[in-house]
Design a protein around this ligand. Structure first.
Ligand code: B12
Ligand code: SF4
Length: 476
């Protein structure tokens, strides 16, 4: 069968719907394509690494004449999916339309009703999609396949959760050609290869959709590939793409335990490209850091997020602050470059929380920070807790339904958001120089002053303090 995948990437939509970036490589879609190909089908992917217009979509469907159309999307692209489904119906009447991805996993019924697709896959796509294709190919009725929700007219047939891939080493490497890796910004601009060595995450942060995976599958959803499988893939990629500058591990927790890390460190010598990894603070101790230091690390990302709140959204208090200081120091002492994730806009958050976040960052002394808005995704704890902030069903931007849309809060929080990195640089410099007057003036920026006064104060502090250490801001 001929399968055409569409991923309606619209770029990262900033304020005023301006596209800030686009063109990211979607590793898991590359794997899904590989699985389908192995089953003997031909596969094409459009989107993801490059946006496409409706005209391009039409031309592609007319040219390829697919037997089944698959659509993948995050929640923010769900509006585009609805428009696409309408168009695809007239372009390819009778061709089954299957929608999958995290948006469908969170709420399959809603995704089915809202998109108008024939099928929605809830959970991991490999097993349900291969089974669906075999069933359609053999002319049987596609009923009762775990993970595959179906819509016929107005009636919806729910399904049991899709079966998980129990051993991730059974999956093929991502099909880079089909997923157009060479056209992605990851390759063209950043010269990096993004990879996932794991699926799932052991934690359950209030704002994260990981809770949807956990409620479907329980703790078993957190799985790792073997170091051998990961390094084999990286070696084969490095042979083809000789100008790669680094490897970007996108799994939320870089390693599951010390044995895995030890083995990985040995095998990675064959690859030996710089690598960028994500770690949760609790994975950092003297033993793991010693092993990490043997790798050619470019940087280690850790989540500080917001105002010393721990991952359940409660104040982590001194314990959390102490943990940030101690664990980040272990890495710094070994010369490992740090980057932090920061999240602004937690409902109910105050200027004081932002001050605390900056203070924690000052202790961590990162070389880079990534700042993003909290988005209240449905079926997350944050969404349930702050019912006043409910996001609309469709998610046209990254700002609808966030605290930044609330007028009186927005202006003040935006002041800190826009100036966050500058404030951090100032705070680090003031701490290093032990300048008492500058510290008092700086503290004033967090008093309940009118915004115009805060702006003037920021200018005064900036003029007084010479920033000696620049912190790089990652635009996400
Ligand atoms: C790797 C990753 C990225 C990568 C790759 C992007 C991508 N599209 O996944 C990068 C770094 C580019 C990225 C960027 C962003 N990400 Co991101 N990312 C992830 C992460 C950590 C892993 C994704 C993954 O591969 N999971 C494992 C695979 C197995 O799951 P999957 O991707 O859902 O795919 C499976 C099934 O859903 C299904 N499937 C998927 N598509 C299809 C299609 C069909 C037809 C079928 C049948 C099945 C199917 O089969 C797949 C294989 O089993 C997730 C967290 C998570 N736990 O999922 C966040 C996550 C997906 N990201 C998220 C967000 C918000 C973003 C950003 C907006 C950044 C931000 N501001 O937070 C950008 C936007 C990117 C974009 N426009 O595409 C959110 C999405 C929330 C939502 N409800 O939409 C998540 C869930 C994290 C969170 N905050 O909770 N991300
Ligand atoms: S550590 Fe990261 S992936 Fe895991 S639950 Fe928290 S935010 Fe989500």
């Amino acid at each position: 069968m001929k399968i055409a995948f569409f991923y309606p990437e619209r770029g990262y939509l900033g304020t005023g719907n301006r596209s800030i970036w686009g063109g990211r490589f979607y590793y898991s879609l590359g794997v899904l394509a590989g699985v389908i190909k192995k089953q003997g089908h031909s596969v094409s992917i459009k989107g993801g690494v490059k946006t496409f217009t409706m005209m391009e979509l039409s031309a592609s469907v007319k040219r390829e004449k697919p037997d089944l159309i698959g659509i993948s999307a995050l929640s923010h692209q769900s509006g585009s999916v609805r428009n696409m489904v309408g168009k695809l119906r007239s372009l390819a009447p009778g061709v089954p339309l299957v929608f999958g991805g995290i948006h469908c996993t969170i709420d399959p019924e809603d995704a089915l009703l809202d998109s108008g697709a024939d099928f929605v896959v809830c959970g991991e796509g490999e097993k349900p999609l291969t089974e669906l294709l075999s069933t359609i190919e053999s002319g049987k009725s596609p009923a009762g396949i775990p993970g595959v929700w179906r819509k016929q007219g107005t009636s919806i047939t729910p399904a049991l959760p899709a079966e998980l891939v129990s051993d991730l080493d059974d999956l093929p490497f991502a099909d880079l050609e089909t997923a157009h890796f060479m056209e992605s910004d990851d390759y063209r601009i950043f010269h990096r290869f993004p990879i996932l060595a794991a699926r799932g995450c052991p934690h359950s942060c209030d704002f994260c959709c990981n809770s949807a995976w956990q409620s479907l599958y329980g703790p078993g959803h957190y799985r790792f590939r073997s170091p051998e499988h990961v390094c084999d893939e990286l070696q084969s990629v490095a042979v083809i793409y000789k100008d790669l500058e680094y490897i970007q591990f996108q799994n939320d927790v870089f390693f599951p335990n010390l044995q895995w890390l030890e083995r990985f460190v040995k095998l990675y010598r064959q690859v030996n490209l710089p690598l960028s990894v994500l770690l949760s603070l609790d994975m950092i101790n003297k033993d793991s850091a010693q092993l990490l230091a043997e790798l050619p690390l470019r940087e280690v990302f850790v989540g500080i997020e917001h105002g010393g709140l721990d991952r359940t959204g409660k104040s982590g208090g001194e314990d959390f602050a102490k943990s940030v200081c101690e664990r980040t120091r272990i890495l710094r002492d070994l010369g490992i470059r740090l980057a932090t994730f920061n999240m602004l806009g937690i409902p109910g958050g105050t200027a004081g929380d932002i001050y605390d976040s900056l203070l924690l960052n000052t202790h961590a002394a990162p070389a880079m920070v990534q700042v993003s808005y909290l988005y209240p995704y449905r079926k997350t704890a944050v969404y349930d807790r702050f019912s006043g902030l409910r996001a609309p069903l469709s998610y046209p931007t990254y700002f609808e339904g966030t605290v930044f849309r609330r007028k009186h809060v927005e202006r003040h929080l935006r002041f800190y958001f826009v100036n966050y990195v500058r404030l951090l640089e100032l705070m680090i410099s003031i701490a290093e120089k032990k300048d008492r007057l500058a510290r008092i003036l700086f503290r004033g920026l967090f008093w309940p002053l009118p915004l115009s006064l805060k702006r003037i104060l920021l200018r005064i502090v900036s003029a007084k303090v010479q920033i000696e250490r620049k912190v790089f801001r990652i635009r996400f």
